[in-house]
Write a protein that binds this ligand. Structure first.
Ligand code: FES
Length: 104
């Protein structure tokens, strides 16, 4: 099992055991993490799985992912990622995922 920590904008955090092969988005949904909606189910067509990850282990976002991030409703930062595009592996143990500030 791989431990992933989700951090809310107010600093509240939750560390969960993620299943390898699932995406970060699927992990967030499995644990009802606030801030990840995943309206398209992981098809890279909604950007409602937007999060911030500042960790080289997740690699670079693809061009398609970057294009979709332009559609994100929340602030896009250099660390912005679509959580549906990152697969959980053992190598990501201890990963920290920050959630965007919810729209008002
Ligand atoms: S779940 Fe829709 S883009 Fe990730």
């Amino acid at each position: 099992m791989t431990k992933i920590t989700f951090v809310q904008p107010d600093g509240a955090s939750q560390t969960v055991e993620a299943r390898e092969g699932d995406s970060i988005m699927q992990t967030a949904l499995a644990y009802s993490i606030d801030g990840i909606f995943a309206e398209c189910g992981g098809a890279m067509m909604c950007a409602t799985c937007h999060c911030y990850i500042d960790d080289d282990r997740t690699g670079e976002a693809s061009e398609t992912e970057l294009d979709m991030l332009d559609c994100a409703e929340d602030e896009v930062r250099p660390s912005s990622r679509l959580s549906c595009q990152i697969k959980v592996t053992e190598a990501l143990d201890g990963l920290v995922v920050h959630l965007p500030v919810p729209e008002e």
